[in-house]
Design a protein around this ligand. Structure first.
Ligand code: AMP
Ligand code: GLY
Length: 434
């Protein structure tokens, strides 16, 4: 058996989950994670490395020196900046789309035009660079044009779901006229407000074939009952029953496969993960957004249910052989992840609070802990280092049991000001799921 070395780019819970799953592979010898984290480094076979990922010649040389077989890029920013183009041109294999492919997330104006061209189901919209024209449209559109989005990447922000036309017009002023999100808001997308349940459907792809992952749901608001401000995600669960199996099959064909075919028709070979953020409306699933990468925190729950060897799936994508591979998932278990965030999150975050209970939780049966914002403190302690601190993930035979176990485990992790949601998967339960 040949053993390979892998480099994972990123430092969050998503990358921790990818490293954790990769470490199971008998084909993987060393996993490097740049920049990684204290928690990620505790995973078997994993070392965190301090690399300048923007110095492409040096990064490519490092990959060659370390005999890196494939680079897996976690976050969207390096993808949008073209890390895959740069490394590929220097002979380093990458799992992730090129700069052109990453536009599907990084340029919402482009993405909406693309979706319309290839008839992907999505909210009606119009793009603007002029505030007066945008406001006139909001006031006269034949549908509730209440969602205002900065077209570019704005670190997960940059989307305003307005309660009324006045608020939507205010968002136009903030994003276009006052440049609240800088260049990312030079163009805005004004979109029809959709109602329904949000579901994340991610797929592996080699640019031809798509292999769809089971549906998951993120919880974006800070508070129980989906209240309070939006965050990077306070928890997730999988599988999510808020999309029917017929709708799910349809999403595979009319969203994910169609998108990959459309990208190919545009001359873009899209390799990596394509993530469809969907609204399951009364009229069926509609695309709210595409992401050009794994989701966080969806990846943490997904990786705990992936039965196939992640390294082999990644290789099939980069080698263009996904069609010949059966990617398998544990369909008997449900997985629930609860994020524990630091005091003040999402407006601010607290660094340096000593975290207790982590080793106790890590030893609980069925529980896995993924680190996001954790650093080494004095005397070997672990301390908070950012907004989202850890995610505790529980697998169980039912969604109820997994949610109860994850919530119980979250209560054991403690530090001053720790906050977590106690209702992950509540939308599934309110629709009768057990
Ligand atoms: P996006 O980054 O485009 O997914 O938008 C962020 C969040 O805004 C989504 O997760 C939704 O909660 C919400 N959102 C985006 N577009 C719409 C829409 N057309 N209708 C209702 N909510 C939306
Ligand atoms: N879970 C939302 C995201 O990864 O963008």
């Amino acid at each position: 058996m040949t053993e390979s070395n892998v480099l994972v780019i990123g430092s969050g819970g998503r990358e921790h989950a990818l490293c954790w799953k990769l470490s199971d592979s008998p084909f993987v010898k060393n996993i490097y994670c740049a920049p990684g984290s204290v928690g990620i480094s505790t995973t078997n076979k994993v070392q965190s490395v301090d690399l300048n990922i923007k110095d492409y010649p040096a990064l490519a040389k490092w990959c060659k020196d370390k005999d890196i077989d494939v680079v897996i890029v976690g976050p969207e920013d390096p993808l949008a900046e073209g890390i895959v183009d740069e490394l590929t041109a220097r002979g380093v294999q990458c799992f992730g789309p090129t700069k052109a492919g990453a536009q599907i997330e990084a340029n919402k104006d482009w993405s909406k035009t693309f979706m319309n061209k290839y008839q992907l189901p999505t909210a009606r919209h119009k793009s603007f660079t002029d505030a007066a024209a945008a406001k006139e449209f909001i006031n006269n559109a034949p549908y509730p044009a209440l969602v205002v989005k900065a077209s570019g990447l704005a670190a997960g922000k940059g989307v305003v779901v307005a309660a009324n036309k006045e608020e939507a017009c205010q968002a136009v002023d903030e994003i276009l006229s006052q440049a609240k999100y800088g260049d990312a808001g030079e163009t805005i997308v004004v979109e029809e407000l959709l109602e329904g349940d949000e579901v994340s459907v991610l797929a592996f792809t080699d640019g031809e074939t798509v292999s769809v992952m089971p549906p998951a749901q993120d919880h974006k608001r800070i508070g129980d009952g989906d209240t309070g401000p939006n965050t990077g995600g306070m928890g997730a669960y999988c599988p999510c029953p808020l999309i029917t199996s017929d709708q799910f099959a349809d999403v595979k064909d009319t969203v994910l496969q169609r998108a990959v075919d459309g990208l190919k028709a545009e001359g873009i070979k899209y390799v990596g993960v394509l993530y469809a953020g969907l609204m399951v409306t009364k009229a069926g699933p509609m695309v709210l957004e595409f992401n050009c990468r794994f989701g966080d925190p969806e990846t943490q729950v997904l990786m705990t249910l992936l039965e196939s060897d992640l390294y082999k799936v990644v290789k099939a994508c980069v080698d263009g052989t996904l069609k010949q591979m059966q990617v398998t998932w544990n369909t008997k278990l449900s997985s629930v992840g609860v994020v524990i965030a630091s005091k003040g999150y999402p407006e601010t975050s607290t660094k340096g609070c000593v975290i207790s209970g982590l080793s106790q939780v890590a030893n609980m049966p069925g529980i896995v802990v993924f680190h996001s914002g954790v650093a080494r403190g004095a005397n070997g302690t672990l301390v908070t280092w950012g907004g989202r601190v850890v995610l505790v993930c529980a697998r169980a035979a039912s969604l109820r049991a997994a949610a109860a176990a994850a919530t119980a485990a979250a209560s054991v992790v403690d530090f001053p000001g720790a906050q977590y949601r106690k209702d992950i998967a509540h939308r599934a339960f309110s629709k009768g799921a057990e």
